[in-house]
Design a protein around this ligand. Structure first.
Ligand SMILES: Nc1ncnc2c1ncn2[C@@H]1O[C@H](COP(=O)(O)OP(=O)(O)OP(=O)(O)O)[C@@H](O)[C@H]1O
Ligand SMILES: [Mg+2]
Length: 248
């Protein structure tokens, strides 16, 4: 991999809804192969920002390029080069596990042969072979999330955007989910992930924390804890929220 290759470059990217500024001049870069955590309290503007980066929502102002493509003019190219797991669950509940994989393989433009190989691989990797013919709606949430992630990277995208991929599941299942994330990162897929779980923040190479539409801090978890003089990411988050309320 090219040293220092930037796959996300974002410069003062802004989204307004009427008078309200949901994402306010966010500026940052993400390196190829990085696991980048995109944190912030409810309503901070994470999903809004992520949708712009995925080419799903037109920015109000600012610039961004994703895998070298422009978020205003090259959204089709962006969509072909990324995977996206939305905050609202994105698989079809009334299709079987196998049918979902086949359906998304088709959307991503894989050939029948590729879809067949990928389906086999994926069912094996997830240990879902005996569930292949079950409706996705009947699976436990953790399985749906793992399947949803695997489907989002079926076409080996350059970057995968994960919007709270592990919300609502137990710690063991979340840990298994992160094993899948690490595997993908090792293959060179850049991971852009939002989470409200601070243990997950620790798994990221770098994280940013948004407060009211702005990115307030951005660094590695270790450096953030050091600069706040605390021992946990929970404390970093808490101190940041407190100082934001005081208007520091
Ligand atoms: N289409 C829209 N029209 C008006 N306001 C919106 C729209 N979409 C989002 N917002 C507002 O923008 C703000 C940021 O929302 P966003 O969904 O980006 O937050 P978030 O950080 O993803 O929060 P959460 O952690 O709860 O998912 C919220 O106040 C939300 O109500
Ligand atoms: Mg959100």
């Amino acid at each position: 991999m090219a040293q220092g290759e930037k796959v996300i470059v974002c410069d003062k990217l802004t989204k307004r809804f009427g008078d309200f500024i949901a994402t306010n001049e966010i500026t940052f870069e993400v390196n190829k192969g990085e696991i980048f955590g995109f944190l912030g309290a409810n309503g901070a503007g994470k999903t809004t920002a992520m949708r712009m980066l995925c080419g799903l929502s037109t920015p109000s102002s600012g610039k961004a390029s994703i895998a070298g493509f422009d978020v205003y003019t090259q959204t089709e190219q962006i969509k072909r080069n990324i995977g996206y797991m939305s905050q609202k669950f994105s698989l079809y509940e009334n299709l079987t596990v196998k049918e979902n994989i086949e359906f998304f393989g088709g959307i991503y433009g894989l050939t029948d042969q590729q879809i067949e190989t990928k389906t086999e691989e994926l069912l094996n990797r997830l240990g879902l072979k005996s569930e292949a013919k079950k409706l996705v709606g009947s699976l436990p949430l953790g399985w749906k999330q793992k399947l949803s992630f695997s489907v989002a990277i079926l076409h080996e995208p350059k970057i995968v955007f994960l919007d709270e991929p592990t919300g609502g599941v137990d710690p063991v299942t979340r840990r298994q989910f992160w094993d899948l994330i690490y595997e993908a990162a090792e293959r060179g897929i850049t991971i852009f992930v939002t989470t409200h779980y601070m243990d997950e923040a620790e798994y990221c190479n770098r994280i940013s924390i948004m407060v009211d539409g702005r990115i307030e801090v951005l660094d590695s978890p270790t450096n953030l804890k050091r600069s706040f003089g605390v021992s946990s990411m929970d404390e970093v988050f808490y101190q940041l929220a407190r100082s934001a309320k005081r208007g520091d």
